[in-house]
Each structure stands twice: as structure tokens, then as C-alpha cells.
Design a protein around this ligand. Structure first.
Ligand code: DGY
Length: 328
């Protein structure tokens, strides 16, 4: 009998071809939470799960899925998954590294430029009917911040952070960086996080959300930032204290922010960050290009397919499960 694999949302059909014939595919449709009782019932006999970053894979869910043998997420980040609990059960967790690096770095740069040059604010200004003869162009009209010649501090020097550093070089920025591992990256001066915040005109965050990085940029850290600086976050909302960021913007300590990610998504309309004119927001679209999303789905499918063939996942966040299995 074919094993059941549940896909938590419809994915591009042709991308799932690799799985056809290997399993019984069950695709969930419509907006639903995996904790809803009817969904739980559908998942009870599931052998594999292909999920998205919006699906919380937590202990209660795992307890309701006794047949589960793999989880494959269509994301590089896995903070929505209780990886520790899955590892303890010997269940591999797949993710999609590498393919979204340049797309996400482009998005970070788009936000950086938009925040520096007030692009979203200008767009709203015109559409709101405010650009009239009496408010016409003048030398101090819609002044922004120079990007070229400015110092960019990159928090997290993994593949995406490095791709952002390469782009910054093209804009004649000085690049400094900090990463928890202390890794050296050519063209980036490694400094402490405090020094980075103190010196940077622009700070861009590129870390995974873990228990170590949650709330890393809290009120005291944000207070350390250079006056007039711009914060860009395309990583995870939970890394930045949103209330502290909103306060720093309101007080004028920070100039602007460009945010792709939020502590809670979808972000609530009454989130104070949305009230600030210099905050440019987009709805977690850092990797959202047709090609990149297709590549992410391909990798997630390959991860699932490997397990169904009795092979190790090519992109596994907890490969120790294979070692433990070999030792059994
Ligand atoms: C991921 O894959 O973790 C990204 O946040 C998607 O853009």
C-alpha cells in the first residue's frame, strides 16, 4: 500500500511529478490550521508532511501523527518546526537552503533603498492627491538618506548576508558585519554586534530565528544604534523587539525601517510599526519570485522523495537522525 503524504497547501502541479507513484498524495485546501480537529483527523495516518513556514509543527501535532516519518518544509527557515522534538523521534526535517539567497538579498536591498529614499511614502503622497502646484518640487522636498558612501552593518553573515554584502559593494557602501559563529567573509570587516550597531547607517538582519537570536535586537540594543540609522529585516520578526523599534522611530532616534517579516504574521493592522510613515512594509515576500519559489518546491519534493525511496534527505536540518538510525 502506498504511504500517505500530506501537502498542507496546493503547490505547482508539475513540481509534484517526482512524487507521483511514490505515495498517496493528500493536498489540504483552503485556509486552515493544522491544529483544527478535522485537519488533525486527516493527518493521523500520515507518513510524510510537506509544509510551509506558516504551519506550526509542534508537539501536540506530532502526538497526533504517530505514523509520521518525515517533514519537508518549503522554506529555508525552520523556526515553525519543533526540530528538537522531531530529532528525538528520529524524524528527518527537510528545508530549502541555497536557492533563495540572491532573491532574498535583492529584497533586502529593495527595502533598504525604499526606506532610505522614502519610496513608499512618495508613492502614497502622489496617490493621496498631495502633489499639487502649491506643494511642488523644492530643494528640500522629500529629502532622504544617501546610500552610497554609507556604512552597512550586516547582522548574520551566512549566504544571504554575504549576498547583501556583494550588493552593497556595488553601491560603494562600507560593509561591516557580525555573525554568531565569528566567520570571516572577504570584503566585510568583522566587528562586535555593539560596534556594528554603533557605527552603521544601515543595519540589515540575516539570521535564523532560534532561542539565541529571539529578541536579539531588543530595546537596549536598538538604543545602541547610530542616531538616524535605518533597520532592514528580511529574516524573522521575532529577532527584533517591535515595540522598541516603533518607539525608536517615534522618538526620531532611528530614521526609517524596511520590514518583510513580523513577530506575528499576517501583521495586525494596529501594529504601531504600520502607523509610522517611514516604515516600508511588505508581506514576507523575500523569496517570492516565480523561479525561486519553484526551486524551493523542487527541493522540498526531492527531500520527500528521498525518504520515500529509503534514502537520506539531501537537505536535512537534523542529519543526526541518520547517524542515530545507523547506530541502532
Ligand atoms: C524561508 O524560506 O524561510 C523564507 O523566509 C521564505 O521567504
Amino acid at each position: 500500500m502506498l504511504k500517505k503524504v500530506v501537502i498542507t497547501q496546493p503547490l505547482p502541479g508539475e513540481r509534484l511529478q517526482a512524487l507521483a507513484g511514490q505515495c498517496e498524495m493528500d493536498v489540504l485546501t483552503g485556509p486552515r490550521s493544522l491544529s483544527a480537529p478535522d485537519t488533525r483527523a486527516q493527518l493521523a495516518d500520515c507518513h510524510g508532511l510537506i509544509c510551509l513556514l506558516t504551519d506550526a509543527i509542534d508537539l501536540p501535532l506530532l502526538d497526533a501523527m504517530p505514523s509520521l516519518r518525515f517533514v519537508s518544509s518549503v522554506s529555508v527557515g525552520v523556526d515553525h518546526i519543533d526540530v528538537e522534538a522531531l530529532t528525538a523521534r528520529g524524524i528527518p526535517v527537510g528545508h530549502t537552503p541555497g536557492v533563495l539567497v540572491d532573491t532574498t538579498a535583492d529584497a533586502a536591498f529593495a527595502l533598504l533603498l525604499a526606506a532610505a529614499r522614502r519610496v513608499a511614502e512618495g508613492d502614497r503622497y502622489i496617490r493621496g492627491g498631495n502633489w499639487r502646484p502649491e506643494t511642488r518640487w523644492s530643494p528640500d522636498f522629500f529629502l532622504g538618506k544617501d546610500v552610497s558612501g554609507a556604512t552597512l552593518g550586516i547582522v548574520g553573515l551566512g549566504a544571504i548576508g554575504q549576498a547583501v554584502a556583494r550588493r552593497a559593494g556595488g553601491f560603494d557602501m562600507k560593509v561591516i558585519g557580525w555573525t554568531p559563529s565569528g566567520r570571516a567573509v572577504p570584503g566585510v570587516d568583522n566587528v562586535s554586534l555593539e560596534e556594528l550597531l554603533l557605527r552603521s547607517d544601515f543595519v540589515s538582519v540575516h539570521l535564523a530565528l532560534t532561542s539565541e537570536t529571539r529578541n536579539l535586537l531588543d530595546a537596549p540594543m536598538i538604543a545602541t544604534m547610530k542616531p538616524g540609522a535605518v533597520l532592514v529585516n528580511t529574516a524573522r520578526g521575532g529577532i527584533v523587539d517591535e515595540a522598541a523599534l516603533a518607539a525608536a522611530l517615534d522618538s526620531g532616534h532611528l530614521y526609517a525601517a524596511g520590514l518583510d517579516v513580523f513577530e506575528r504574521e499576517p501583521v495586525a493592522l494596529d501594529n504601531p510599526l504600520l502607523q509610522h510613515p517611514r516604515v516600508v512594509v511588505v508581506p514576507h515576500i523575500g523569496s517570492a519570485t516565480t523561479l525561486t519559489r519553484a526551486k524551493m518546491v523542487d527541493i522540498a519534493v526531492r527531500n520527500a522523495s528521498a525518504v520515500l525511496l529509503g534514502q537520506p534527505m539531501p537537505h536535512c536540518v537534523n542529519p543526526q537522525v541518520y547517524l542515530a538510525e545507523a547506530l541502532r
